[in-house]
Design a protein around this ligand. Structure first.
Ligand SMILES: NC(=O)c1ccc[n+]([C@@H]2O[C@H](COP(=O)([O-])OP(=O)(O)OC[C@H]3O[C@@H](n4cnc5c(N)ncnc54)[C@H](OP(=O)(O)O)[C@@H]3O)[C@@H](O)[C@H]2O)c1
Length: 260
């Protein structure tokens, strides 16, 4: 099946709807409609992906092969229920943390989870991005796999249980590490140094990660070396200057000390 034979409707106009909608359009899929509660956002996204903007659910067409719900996790279940008029259509969501049962109003349901961090105006290379797919029917798994394969070679079949754990892992490696960068930013700026001074260190840390090794193999710093005096000095400084990070520093240090 060629990509232009597959028609897709996108529900939502946020970060994922926008990046995924653009990638699908560029890969040759026909994006029939974009639904958003916000008329301006629906029109803006629809214009760039050559789709019809829709702001009233009951006006959604029923000609698409797949309906992608790229909306907030908490809104997925209700939206799926409100779309129950889509008879025998494949409805999927893009959430890592939401079970596919949130779509139980639909006989044909699935997941199309792009494992990446999406922000407005930050370009994403879909060819380097894993897409985790699943569906309750074999034919639909094949269809989602085919659609994903037009975007990236990294297509994984991931069930609800696996995806729930994968999402926890993603929160650790992305959300939490990004927050740690923010702490680094706060600490350097508090001493009149630019955050940029840490960028080569951050980049080298990521560069060292390799599928042949585990991150633990490259752990450096006072905790892994057992440099107790340095840890004590750090804790004293953190207690004085950045007390809200004392607990975090201690916990991370203790975990690194016993890591295998
Ligand atoms: N961002 C990421 O890095 C990322 C990565 C992978 C997967 N995901 C998943 O992708 C989905 C969308 O995330 P996002 O980052 O694109 O979120 P987002 O930028 O915050 O956009 C959320 C979208 O959901 C819509 N929405 C919220 N509540 C709604 C409701 N009750 N009814 C109808 N529409 C509603 C919003 O519409 P309004 O503009 O009208 O409020 C907006 O279009 C989530 O399931 C998320 O877990 C996100």
């Amino acid at each position: 099946m060629e990509s232009h034979e597959i028609h897709i409707t996108i529900i939502g106009s946020g970060n994922v709807a926008t990046h995924l909608g653009l990638a699908l359009m560029e890969a040759g899929f026909i994006i029939e409609e974009v639904f958003s509660r916000n008329a301006k956002k629906a029109a803006e996204l629809a214009e760039v992906i050559y789709a019809q903007p829709i702001t009233e659910l009951h006006k959604l067409g029923q000609d698409s092969d797949v309906y992608i719900l790229a909306i907030s996790d908490d809104a997925i279940g209700l939206m799926a229920d409100n779309l129950s008029f889509l008879d025998n259509k494949l409805v999927v969501h893009t959430s890592g943390a939401t079970p596919s049962t949130a779509l139980q109003a639909h006989k044909r349901r699935g997941v199309f989870y792009p494992l990446q961090t999406f922000s407005e105006d930050v370009e994403v290379d879909f060819e380097q991005l894993p897409i985790c797919i699943d569906a309750n029917k074999k034919e639909d798994r094949k269809l989602l796999s085919l659609i994903a394969s037009y975007l990236t070679p990294l297509v994984y079949k991931v069930n609800d249980e696996q995806r729930a754990q994968l999402h926890v892992a993603a929160v650790f490696v992305n959300n939490f590490s990004n927050y740690l960068y923010q702490i680094g930013c706060e600490i350097t700026e508090a001493t009149d140094l630019p955050f940029d001074i840490l960028l080569p260190l951050i980049q080298q840390t990521v560069k060292k990660i390799d599928s042949d090794y585990q991150p633990i193999d490259f752990q450096t710093g006072p905790a892994v070396r057992g440099d107790k005096a340095t840890i004590k000095r750090h804790l004293k400084l953190i207690k004085q200057e950045f007390p809200k990070y004392s607990k975090l520093y201690k916990t991370m240090t203790e975990l690194i000390e016993v890591a295998e």
